[in-house]
Every structure is written in C-alpha cells, then in structure tokens.
Design a protein around this ligand. Sequence first.
Ligand SMILES: Cc1ncc(COP(=O)(O)O)c(C=O)c1O
Length: 374
Amino acid sequence: MTAERTAPDRATPELPIRADLSGRSPYGAPQLHVPVRLNTNENPYPPSPGLAADIAAAVSQVASGLNRYPDRDAVALRTALADYLGHDLTVANTWAANGSNEIIQQLLQVFGGPGRSAMGFEPSYSMHPLITQTTATRWIAAERASDFRLEPEQAAEAVRRHRPDVVFLTSPNNPTGAATPIEVAEAVCAAASGMVVVDEAYAEFARDPAGTALQLLPRYPRLVVVRTMSKAFALAGARVGYLAADPAVVQALLLVRLPYHLSAVTQAVALAALRHGDELLASVAQIRAERDRLVQQLRELGLTAADSDANFVLFGRFADPHVVWQALLDRGVLIRETGPPGWLRVSIGTEAETTTFLSEMRAVLDNRAELATE
Ligand SMILES: Cc1ncc(COP(=O)(O)O)c(C=O)c1O
C-alpha cells in the first residue's frame, strides 16, 4: 500500500503563521490504497452508469458556459434541496456550499470569531472544534455520560452555564453513532441565547428519520440544521453540503461567503444527483441492514459495539487500539483510529466488505485474544 501524497523533500521555511495555528496538525484521515477502505464514512456504492451518464451530460451542458461565473446564489440547487427536505421549507430557508464543513466554517465566520465561543458535547465530530479554532473562536468541550448519551436537562444546563455563541449538536453523533433525541435539541434551543447548530450529516441512516431537528425550525429562529450529500447521497467527491434555517440566517451567511463559492459544475452535478434521489437513497436501506449485522456480529465476537443510527459503528474496547488498527491494515482493511480511548470506528461498506472486515477482525482476535479488554 502507498500513501497518495508525500511531503515535499526540502527544509520547511520559517513562516509567520498566526500564533494560535502554529504547531497544530492539519486534518488528515489516511488516504491509502488498500482493498477495503472503511475509514471516512463514505457510501460504498458508486453512482450507477445511468446516473454517471446524467452527471456527465449535465456537466457537458454547463461546460459551454464556463467563461461566465456561476449563479452565486445557487437558486436552482437550493430550491431542489428545499423540496427534498420537505417541512414546508423554501429556497429562502436553504443554503449550499462545498461540503458541510464549509457550511460550518461560514456559520462560525458569522456567529463565532474573536471574543466569541462555540460549544460541543464530546466525543463528537472532530471538525467542530477544529473549524471553531481556525475561525479564532474559543472552543468549550462539554461532556456526555460514559455511555455517550446526552440528557436534555444535562445539555441545557451546560448551555446555561457557559452561554456559548454557538452550540453544536450532532445527530446521529459521530463517532459514537447514536441519534441525539429531539428532546435534547429542543432543550438546548430553549436554553441557548446564541445559535444552535444541529449537524445531521447522517440523518438518512437513522432508525427514526422523523426525529430530525427540521421540525423545530418554525419555533426557533436561531436553529440551523446542517446536512450533506456526502453520505446518504453517495456524493462525497462532489463536495456539496447544505443547511436549513430561518431566512435571516441565510441572509447573514451572504456576509461571509466568497463570491461564486459554489462552481457551476458542482451545482450541475448536485442537481443531477437530486433528480436521481430515489435511486441514490435506495442504498440507505442496504447500509442500515449491513450496520445492524455488523453490530450483532461484533458482539458475537465478544467485543463491545455502540448502538448506531449512522453508517459507521464504534467498537472496542481494546487495551491498545492502534495495534488492532495496524493489524487490520496489514490485512488490507483500513478503519479509523478515532473516538474515546480504547475504541475504533468502522464505516459500513458493501456486504462483501463487511464480511471481509468481520473475518479479518476475527483472525486478528484469534491471533491476539489479549487485545480485547472486556
Ligand atoms: C458529523 C459530520 N458533519 C459533517 C461532515 C462533513 O461532511 P462533508 O464536508 O463531506 O459534507 C462529516 C464528515 O464525515 C461528519 O461526520
């Protein structure tokens, strides 16, 4: 296996990097060429030949107009996203960007910044604190219970105590997997004086998709629900994230978005994918079934697997997770070293990939039974 990129072979010059960034490490889940890649919660099913042809036709259509800037307000795409979300949302309620990470960055540029703070309940998505810090916002780490659950009153109390300018909730939560009950989002909205961002990147995989925070939008104008086309829509390579919120939030984001941030090619690809929404979302049922099989079989191996509403599973517990991660990698299976100490995270692949992962995991444990601690 080889790393796709190598560091430049020259001395690193001294650069006047911002003091609060100097010494930090960049985000970098390994991108390795191995037979089974289950480390970044991608959808394992590629676009069908029909969808790929439609995407190619849509790109070819915009190609002849690429001398012009794209629609900087992405009106057609935002309208299609509002239609997909339902809940009486319109184009005025939606906004789109290059992945939901860019959406989160834009939110923090507007509502965070120097002298302001953002809070999340850890363990959760590692980019929330990272983007918070790169926008010079102070990060406040609040805690979950030891079983990773979050209770409404506990969450509301943390919000009242710290009074952050932005609160992040993630549902289903990454890396722990379970959905955050809607009562938690409601309690946090009621307690917060600032913005509440519910990151629903994995919403479509939840056991109860009706538990979405979208239903709270009419009552809480400072609530933002963030979604992505990277997961259920199997479009990670196109980089399309979006949000739903009060129209005033969308207007506020215009203050920080770069002009023409979403290319005409990206908008055309996303619109073509949305036209095939039913076909793309059909993989969600398969992924959910594989997830439930994986959880059950990990437990049969004597491991602990956290309940999951997402397309990944947190499992353990290991005295030294890195040894297990490396042993799997040596067998051609790449998973993720993330989460609380003692745990690892595996994304749901195709049926064949899940089966390979499980049999390699079994082989690793057969060789080194002492790796599992309980
Ligand atoms: C909780 C959560 N939010 C957001 C993202 C970012 O997704 P993207 O930028 O591809 O939309 C991820 C990606 O793994 C995630 O796990």
